[in-house]
Design a protein. Structure first.
Lengths: 68, 195
């Protein structure tokens, strides 16, 4: 699976992946982008952390709003 | 004699109980105490005048928040029109974000490890740190982010409300999130990992 994820036709940079991670917080990604991002996350710890940081941000804003 | 159709249980006092919540949100969005106060007073007055249209289907706070959102969008639209950005790519920030990556597009520094986002949110001081970091974002980046995350506005609606293109909204939100994550890392949240 990993060779496929790192195949140059499918490989994306962390910079590209991070833009997609942000975009997917706002709308469903088109199929091709979704696949590339998924594959990237399989082998990239950095972007996995960023993905969780983005999730934490969203949760934090919800909690911030509700806390009163 | 006209029949009073107004919701009898909705007096001004009940509405005003939500004032501090509305102020908190308006302050984060507008970063201007006076403007926030004016805005919230308008919202409460409007809500009182329109109280007959509150059916109780949603919570009162949700209803008031929707009115506040509309009011804020009016204010922002006016601000953005009166002070157009001098450069289309505005407010900087891009360099700051590009520097996070090396020439190959890899992270130059390993982003802090987060095992469980929900657990991170429970950490002491995390929400306060997030609020501080949001306050430090470039103004418009912060405004778009708050519209999206606090009001839950769709990106399509943000485009319409603020007369922005979709890709512009995505860029602003991307900048906001990247700046917030580095701001929070600087504040020591998440576990730093040596690469």
């Amino acid at each position: 699976m990993l060779w496929l994820a790192k195949h140059r036709m499918l490989r994306i940079s962390c910079q590209h992946a991070s833009r997609l991670l942000s975009q997917r917080q706002d709308e469903p990604l088109p199929f091709g982008k979704r696949v590339r991002l998924r594959l990237h996350l399989l082998y990239c710890d950095a972007c996995t952390n960023v993905s969780r940081q983005f999730t934490a941000l969203r949760l934090a804003m919800q909690q911030w709003r509700e806390r009163q | 004699m006209p029949i009073d159709t107004a919701n009898p249980t909705l007096d001004f006092h009940t509405l005003a109980e939500h004032r501090s919540y509305l102020m908190k949100v308006a302050r984060l969005q507008l970063r201007d105490e006076h403007l926030a106060e004016d805005c919230v007073s308008d919202v409460l007055t409007q809500a009182f005048e329109k109280r007959a249209s509150f059916r109780g289907g949603s919570s009162l706070r949700t209803w008031l928040t929707a009115i506040l959102k509309n009011r804020i969008v009016d204010v922002l639209r006016k601000q953005w029109r009166e002070q157009p950005l001098e450069l289309p790519n505005d407010e900087g920030g891009d360099d700051q974000i590009d520097r996070l990556f090396d020439a190959g597009g890899h992270y130059a520094q390993m982003p802090s490890e987060v095992r469980d986002p929900a657990e991170l949110c429970q950490q002491d001081g995390f929400l306060a740190a997030v609020q501080r970091c949001v306050d430090m974002l470039p103004k418009r980046v912060g405004q778009v982010f708050v519209l999206r995350e606090v009001f839950g506005t769709d990106t399509k609606d943000i485009c319409k409300d603020l007369e922005l293109t979709t890709s512009n909204v995505w860029v602003q939100l991307y900048r906001a999130r990247m700046m917030l994550r580095t701001c929070l890392e600087r504040g020591g949240f998440g576990n730093a990992v040596a690469r």
